[in-house]
Design a protein around this ligand. Structure first.
Ligand SMILES: [Zn+2]
Length: 578
């Protein structure tokens, strides 16, 4: 296996249960440690002993998890190295399938433990309810159905991955086509958009058939687990203890009333800047004034230096965290041959240190990505002293508050990268991005609420429901003559196929991030102090308390959305024409 970008990183706290010599890539070395934990459960005769048992379980899980993370990082940093790939695939193929049932068994032992309710209540309530739901939802008859669902999911990837079009004399994948939608020349971007849409339309029947099969599979899983519909089942599976489907429906209405009008104003401004009669679907991504892309930095060391200065000005503790990551080489940012595509933040759970991977090519999106991933990294650093692995990460609804807040706060300070005019342009386009995702989130989420509460619906009814939602949330885009493309637009949304219901989280988190940003405009130091306090809680408290600690409310009706949009409108007024 090739060397990792970073050097030796010792465990954050010395191991006390897992022997130093344990080969963590070898199941026969790991299994006896699970045996020991299973045997020891019954021997825990005091709450303190049970707590120590939980900590040892965390230590083992973190050590094994870090082994997997290290192998994943090595593979993505050196895709040309077959040994690194092999090492990772071995872990996925040999360790993970063994691990799952053993983790499940320990969860069962914990739930049955006579001293479970003797543990400090507030400290363990989140852990307890999360563990209980894992065991509660398990049905052996669902195991083959889940395998089937994974297999169907694979088909969606194959279907979309195989799509190519001929453009400018070259065969290109749909991912490669995405950059042409930003072309300043309108005819070029229209051609690119239409080619992609036609290609997707050619597979309409395949997408619909695949989705019908997934739907049947999901309805059966829910019924086996004793739920009336898949919506109810998924709500529990996604551990949505702190909000209801009705609150999401309220959120959709708030987006329609409070955000869609702002998006329409931005679209009208864009239309006028482009000098076109109506805004067509291919007019939404290009720079409305036809300017060349912004160039925030020439190389990765500039990106690092300038981002560091942004953090230095924001908050001493966050800045120190980023400096430590640089010193320990926990950032692999440059785009070079042999690196896997995409970007991620991963946590080495035993060293309790974050790692950031991305492909910086010198565009504004890179600055936003680094700020975003740094927010996740700050979250990992803030929870270092938490002994329970489960509490060293928060639910996604709050993880994304950590990252999206950093984007907004960092983008307030883009003078490190740009002239005043360019910084204004970058900030305006970031706000446009932040706002226009809300109506899309509402559309995708409301569509799934409809799908999973209308059993036995026909394809025609499903399409009609989708088109209705696009009319409701679609803004001022002219789809005349493109009705078929509009009716099938949901086929491109991976989450509807692969990760049912997992999407509204981003909208919930973005509201929280906008609230922290608005607080920072009133009092930067206290907003950042609250942000850090909330990050330090990790996942140890329920969502409403995490939001409250960060200085915002876990509430997403118009009551919360309206004042935030007023604040965003003021900001946009100051950026008009930028
Ligand atoms: Zn994120």
């Amino acid at each position: 296996m090739r060397a990792l970008p970073f050097g030796a990183l010792p465990p954050f706290v010395p191991r006390r249960f897992v022997p130093q010599s344990t080969a963590l890539g070898d199941w026969s070395a790991i299994a006896p440690l699970f045996d020991q934990l299973e045997a020891r459960a019954a021997e825990c005769k005091s709450p303190a002993a049970l707590e120590a048992w939980l900590h040892d379980w965390s230590e083992l899980s973190a050590a094994v998890d870090e082994e997997g993370a290290r192998r994943h990082i090595a593979m993505t940093c050196h895709t040309e190295d077959t040994a690194s790939k092999q090492a990772y695939l071995e872990f996925v193929g040999r360790i993970e399938p063994e691990l799952k049932p053993r983790q499940f068994r320990l969860a069962e032992l914990f739930l049955k433990h006579p001293l479970r309710n003797a543990l400090p209540k507030e400290r363990y309530e989140v852990f307890d309810r999360d563990t209980a739901v894992t065991v509660e939802l398990f049905r052996s008859e669902n195991v083959p159905l889940e395998t089937e669902e994974t297999r169907l999911g694979q088909q969606y990837y194959e279907l979309t991955g195989a799509m190519t079009v001929q453009f400018c004399g070259e065969e290109r994948t749909l991912q490669q086509m995405s950059k042409f939608i930003e072309e300043p020349d309108r005819a070029t971007r229209q051609e690119a958009w239409e080619l992609v849409v036609q290609r997707r339309l050619a597979d309409t029947e395949k997408f619909e058939t695949l989705f019908d099969a997934m739907l049947r599979c999901r309805e059966e899983i829910a019924a086996n687990a004793g739920f009336e519909d898949y919506l109810g089942y998924t709500w529990r599976r996604l551990r949505r203890f702190d909000y209801s489907p009705a609150q999401c429906v309220e959120f959709h209405a708030a987006i329609e009333q409070e955000i869609v009008p702002v998006v329409r104003e931005l679209q009208e401004e864009r239309r006028a800047q482009l000098g076109v009669t109506t805004l067509r679907p291919w007019d939404l991504e290009s720079d409305p004034l036809g300017r060349p892309p912004l160039k925030p930095f020439a190389n990765v060391s500039q990106l690092l230096e300038r981002s560091q200065r942004i953090f230095d000005r924001l908050d001493g503790e966050l800045a120190a965290g980023f400096r430590q990551m640089r010193e320990l080489r926990l950032l692999d940012l440059d785009s070079r041959k042999g690196k896997a595509p995409g970007g991620y933040q991963s946590t080495l759970n035993e060293a309790r240190l974050p790692f950031i991977f991305m492909h910086a090519v010198g565009v504004q999106r890179d600055v936003e990505t680094l700020l975003h991933e740094a927010g996740h990294a700050f979250h990992a650093l803030a929870t270092q002293s938490e002994p329970l692995l489960a509490y060293r990460s928060a639910p996604i609804e709050f993880c994304e508050v950590a990252s999206m807040t950093m984007e907004l706060l960092g983008n307030d300070d883009l003078g490190e990268f740009y002239s005043e005019a360019d910084a204004r342009r970058a900030r305006r386009s970031h706000f446009e991005l932040v706002l226009k995702i809300f109506p899309w989130i509402a559309t995708v989420d409301a569509f799934q609420h409809w799908i999973y509460t209308h059993p036995g619906h026909t394809r025609a009814e499903r399409t009609a429901a989708w088109v209705e939602l696009l009319k409701r949330f679609g803004g001022a885009v002219d789809w005349n003559g493109l009705e078929a493309a509009r009716a099938n637009l949901w086929h491109r949304q991976l989450h509807i196929f692969e990760l049912p219901f997992y999407y509204v989280e981003y909208g919930i988190a973005q509201l929280g991030a906008l609230a922290v940003w608005a607080n920072s405009r009133r009092d930067k130091a206290s907003a950042l102090a609250a942000y850090r306090r909330a990050l330090a809680l990790g996942g140890a408290r329920p969502l409403p308390e995490l939001f409250e600690a960060a200085g915002c409310r876990f509430e997403f009706s118009a009551k919360t959305v309206r004042p935030l949009m007023e604040r965003v409108r003021e900001e946009l007024a100051g950026l008009r024409g930028a």
